[in-house]
Unconditional design. Structure first.
Length: 389
């Protein structure tokens, strides 16, 4: 049996407890969402430079701009300072290179002086050589031969030393050249960026600034990285809705599901669409707010309507499923104890605990597959208990 126990109490307390009469109706599972309109197609306007740029001025959003009209300007001061810094680094490297060349010349001069001295000593020893070895003692002959060998060895060592000085100096200069080329490339990028301080509209249209992954639009003083979008010129004839669904409520979302939408600016008008895409992962959409949402893109059934403008806020309901003719009760009437779901069923002037089996549910109602019948009355809250009859 499903009846577990009886809650007795005064008839006044029973009458004061709000109740719900069980009926058999459709259970519609809908997922609520908030969002805004955006263009399904748009010409993206990005940072044209090859380095981060700081926004110094921005045109007003949601105005019609002409082709070639300036919509944003970047700050030139920081770029000019960075360019000057690279110039100074290149000048310092040039001085270091001059120092290396001077050091090489000095070391080579010292080696050449030693080689000249060796040559003089060698010529001196040769000028006193006598063919008749009989006038030399054996010791003198040995000393003369050793001196000649020493001078030859020293001359070879000085040749090696001169080559080593040249190689070491060239290696040091090559390293400095690499550093110089790096600074030169940076300076060239700064010069190129200084020529791209103004961002212009590629053609006529409505100016809409682009949100980043946190849902934030660009602001003055913000650094825009190379290639990152700044704004868009949308195709107003092809609009779509971008919805944000709470992670804990995003159950059963799929492509092709029907969506009912209401624009905040036109609450009396209803629009429809179908789910076009559901993000694979939930994400935060506000800085400092840990709550995560799923991005859901909705294809609108209407197009070209004058009320469809990018950025307009809206609320929506995604129809996930519909179950016909079943018994359902408000979720608040369900209680749980010892891993069993139950309700407080009214019997006469008292309530009894009635175990139930639940099925599908939406945010407000849950299906009862076993334990209740049409016409039963249940408490919407826990009945007040009393020891008095």
């Amino acid at each position: 049996m499903f009846v577990l126990s009886v809650i007795t109490g005064c008839s006044e307390q029973v009458e004061s407890t709000p109740t719900y009469q069980v009926g058999q109706t459709d259970l519609i599972i809908e997922v609520p969402a908030l969002g805004e309109l955006e263009a399904a197609e748009a010409e993206v306007i990005s940072n044209p430079s090859q380095q981060p740029m700081t926004l110094a001025w921005m045109e007003q959003e949601f105005i019609h701009v002409k082709k070639g009209q300036v919509i944003a300007r970047f700050d030139a001061e920081s770029l000019t300072l960075q360019k000057r810094k690279e110039q100074l680094e290149m000048e310092l490297i040039a001085k270091d290179m001059q120092g290396k060349y001077a050091e090489k010349s000095q070391q080579e001069a010292e080696v050449n002086a030693e080689k000249d001295l060796v040559s003089e000593e060698f010529e001196f020893s040769q000028s006193y050589s006598i063919d008749d070895l009989r006038i030399y003692s054996q010791l003198e002959i040995i000393e003369s031969m050793e001196n000649t060998e020493f001078l030859n060895a020293k001359d070879e060592f000085l040749d090696w030393k001169k080559g080593s000085i040249s190689e070491q100096s060239q290696s040091a200069v090559d390293v400095l050249n690499i550093r110089k080329e790096g600074h030169a490339a940076q300076m060239k990028r700064h010069e190129s960026a200084l020529k791209q301080l103004e961002v212009v509209a590629p053609f006529d249209g409505l100016l809409v600034y682009t949100r980043n992954w946190r849902g934030e639009k660009p602001v003055l003083g913000q650094s825009i990285f190379p290639g990152n979008p700044i704004a868009r010129i949308p195709n107003l004839q092809k609009m779509q809705a971008k919805l944000y669904v709470l992670e804990k409520q995003a159950i059963g979302l799929e492509e092709g599901q029907n969506v009912a939408l209401t624009l905040d600016a036109f609450p009396d008008q209803k629009f429809s669409g179908k789910v076009k895409q559901v993000a694979a992962f939930a994400r935060t959409i506000e800085r400092g707010n840990p709550v995560k949402y799923y991005d859901v893109t909705v294809e609108l059934q209407q197009s070209g309507d004058s009320v469809f403008r990018p950025g307009r806020k809206l609320s929506a309901k995604v129809s996930v499923n519909r179950y016909n003719e079943l018994i359902k009760v408000p979720i608040q009437a369900i209680h749980n104890e010892n891993e069993q779901n139950f309700v407080y069923k009214k019997q006469g002037d008292q309530f009894v605990k009635q175990v139930v089996q639940t099925g599908n549910k939406n945010l407000y109602f849950v299906e009862i597959s076993q334990g209740l019948q049409v016409g039963d009355k249940i408490a919407l809250s826990q009945p007040e208990l009393s020891s008095n009859g």
